[in-house]
Design a binder for this molecule. Structure first.
Ligand code: PMP
Length: 404
């Protein structure tokens, strides 16, 4: 027992252990088939390419020692330039000065929250949305205003109603293959969302970790590509396209925001790790990313197809699910009277299969009858067997509806 008085700040009342991380601890047993985590497939990390990139970071005369030294808070200049070039190719005009390399996109979310949110400030979020963002905004005591989704994502008539009545600091959105639903706004809806936000003068935080993981013919546009007046702050990460352990991501922010956020980042971690930034820069320079992405999309598409086919076969007709065109997740909605949490307990106990109940992704409660399935981080055999088992648990737990 400590004799010291550990008096937390009042705002820490909003800070609790993540439900998801707690569940992930329980289900990390090797005998459980887990569709719970949001992790990219480890066996698909480009080990050889990243190893070569690490070698290059250590041996190139320019970077050999810099890789182990403190670096600029904005990020490693060649990496920022490579990112800027990629963004310009996508039709997003900017220069390297608007790019801040961050330690994961999670840091980008946290820095923006820190810079913009006073206690009680309003933030518009999708309902459901990414849990890590809810936690970040909650830790700065924001008032979250959830906007419902339809089959594409955030409903814009509902958003307009919110903006007509509230003065949020910003709209946080994951418009492309959202976590947790897998939904994506069409180009038209993205353009329209931008116009609405612009009309009301409310900035958009566009969190886009999944845009490169598309299963169609081309990369979906970013809302940022419609932005003619620096109203969209774009967050991207190498976590899902290369490896999350690198902790390399970036934020594209207006000049005025950069001036404020940079000192915050310095107070946070001085700068993102030099070595992994150089690895990413070397990897991009090698030209290997495009081929790697083609491979990744191919495998993830196959896993999505397999999971959907198995769900069509084994899931009862009384539940519904999304059919995502990219990303890592499928979202399931049970009948309103059926809760996902007891179903998870039963699934683990009786069938050794796991998922994430959807409740945690809702800012203001609700969603007890929803859950998220991840299809990227399970083998094809596990997907087929796990979905079969899950279907069995669902039927058994709802005998009155099981015949349908
Ligand atoms: N945003 C979203 C929507 C995510 O799903 C994730 C990862 N699960 C992140 C941000 C954070 O990613 P990272 O910090 O690894 O870049």
């Amino acid at each position: 027992m400590t004799h010291f008085n550990l008096a937390f700040a009042a705002r820490m009342a909003n800070v609790n252990a993540s439900v998801i991380r707690e569940i992930l601890k329980v289900i990390s047993r090797p005998d459980i088939i887990s569709f719970a985590g949001g992790m990219p497939a480890q066996d698909l990390f480009p080990y050889a390419g990243l190893q070569a990139a690490a070698e290059a970071a250590f041996t190139t005369s320019d970077t050999a020692l810099k890789a182990l030294q403190y670096g600029p808070s904005e990020g490693y200049a060649p990496l920022r330039e490579a990112i800027a070039e990629q963004l310009r190719a996508e039709g997003i005009p900017l220069d390297g000065n608007q790019i801040l390399v961050t330690t994961g996109s999670q840091q980008g979310i946290m820095l923006i929250a820190h810079a913009f949110l006073d206690p009680g400030d309003e933030v518009v979020v999708a309902d459901p949305t990414f849990l890590g963002a809810l936690q970040a905004f909650g830790s700065f005591e924001a008032q979250l205003i959830p906007v419902p989704l339809d089959a594409e994502g955030m409903k814009l008539d509902a958003l307009e109603q919110v903006l007509a009545r509230h003065k949020p600091k910003f709209i946080y959105t994951v418009p492309t293959f959202q976590n947790p639903t897998g939904l994506a706004l069409s180009d038209e809806r993205k353009a329209h969302l931008y116009q609405i936000a612009r009309n009301y003068g409310v900035p958009i935080i566009e969190d886009d970790p999944y845009g490169e993981l598309y299963f169609g013919h081309e990369r979906p546009r970013a809302i940022k590509s419609y932005d003619t007046s620096q109203g969209v702050m774009l967050l991207r990460t190498f976590s899902k396209v290369l490896a999350p352990g690198l902790r390399v991501a970036y934020a594209v922010v207006p000049d005025g925001v950069m001036e404020k956020i940079l000192p915050l980042k310095q107070g946070n971690d001085l700068h993102t790790a030099s070595f992994t930034q150089m690895m990413v820069a070397e990897y991009l320079r090698s030209g290997a990313l495009e081929q790697h992405l083609v491979h990744l999309r191919d495998i993830y598409r196959r896993r999505r197809d397999l999971m959907l086919a198995a769900m069509d076969e084994h899931f009862p007709t009384w539940c519904e699910w999304t059919r995502p065109e990219g990303g890592l997740f499928i979202w399931v909605t049970l009948p309103e009277t059926m809760a996902a949490e007891p179903l998870l307990e039963q699934a683990i106990r009786e069938q050794k299969v796991a998922f994430i109940p959807g409740k945690a992704f809702f800012a203001k409660g609700g969603g007890e009858n929803t859950f998220r399935l991840n299809f990227s981080n399970a083998s094809e055999e596990q997907i087929i067997e796990g979905v079969r088992r899950l279907g069995a648990v669902m039927r058994a737990s709802r005998p009155a509806l099981a015949q349908n």
